[in-house]
Write a protein of this length. Structure first.
Length: 251
């Protein structure tokens, strides 16, 4: 049951037929892992906390730098040099004291992702480390936890929800394969990124995580959304399951 304060605070959710009180209770009892407190992670964290998600675990091993402030809107100049995970957790506590945020200032990798991500209901990945993305994706599939993965470069973004353990549903590796490693990936430091575009993708990712928890609308698993900020335009591609995928395939 929701108390009187929660009924008022989340009233705009509750009046939505697709969410209602039942959906809001699901959010309150949800445990979401957010990987990365960068340009995508910052707005995603804000909207998840504001939405009334009960527990968030935040993974980020970086510290706040001046160049982050163009797009990472949880941070200010007073936070320079401080761990992003800790600063973000403090900011979210101010935003919604009812959301319990656990800061984990570590980088997820093959050796620790399974143990760290176990027990969560949804994983939202917005990290800029490709090696971490693959480790998180593989762990999500092994743990059977829905993965909302968002990425951005310059003026372009992409987002999808992956449930590769299900029949006919692809995983993240069905999309990206095994061809790249961290050294092959371009970074926003080299190519640039529009700050507002990261806000768009982070908000989109938060919406998809809320969709997973509450079940509103259509099932978007396996649908890759591509957003072009230059046009602007958006298109959606239904991704096939790769039978030879080493993570979720049957070959």
């Amino acid at each position: 049951m929701l108390n009187d304060v929660e009924l008022e605070r989340y009233s705009r959710h509750i009046v939505l037929r697709e969410i209602g009180g039942t959906g809001q209770v699901k959010l309150r009892t949800a445990n979401i892992a957010v990987v990365g407190a960068g340009g995508i992670g910052c707005p995603a964290l804000q909207y998840l906390a504001a939405a009334g998600v009960g527990r968030i675990t935040l993974f980020d091993d970086d510290v706040v730098s001046l160049s982050n402030l163009q797009r990472q809107i949880l941070f200010t100049e007073a936070d320079l040099g401080q761990p992003k995970a800790d600063v973000a957790a403090t900011a979210l506590a101010r935003l919604n004291p009812g959301c319990a945020v656990t800061a984990r200032p570590i980088r997820l990798a093959t050796g620790n992702a399974l143990a760290e991500l176990a027990g969560h209901d949804v994983i939202l990945d917005g990290t800029d480390s490709f090696a971490s993305r693959l480790a998180v994706a593989d762990a999500a599939c092994a743990l059977k936890i829905p993965l909302v993965s968002a990425a951005i470069g310059q003026f372009h973004g992409q987002l999808a929800t992956w449930r590769g353990w299900e029949a006919g549903k692809p995983c993240y590796r069905c999309y990206v394969g095994d061809a790249f490693d961290a050294e092959d990936c371009d970074t926003c430091a080299e190519l640039g990124v529009l700050g507002a575009m990261t806000g768009l993708m982070g908000s989109f990712a938060a919406m998809e995580a809320i969709r997973v928890v509450t079940g509103f609308g259509d099932d978007t698993s396996g649908k890759l959304h591509l957003i072009d900020g230059l046009s602007p335009s958006m298109r959606t591609i239904k991704m096939p399951k790769d039978p030879g995928c080493k993570t979720c395939g049957i070959a």
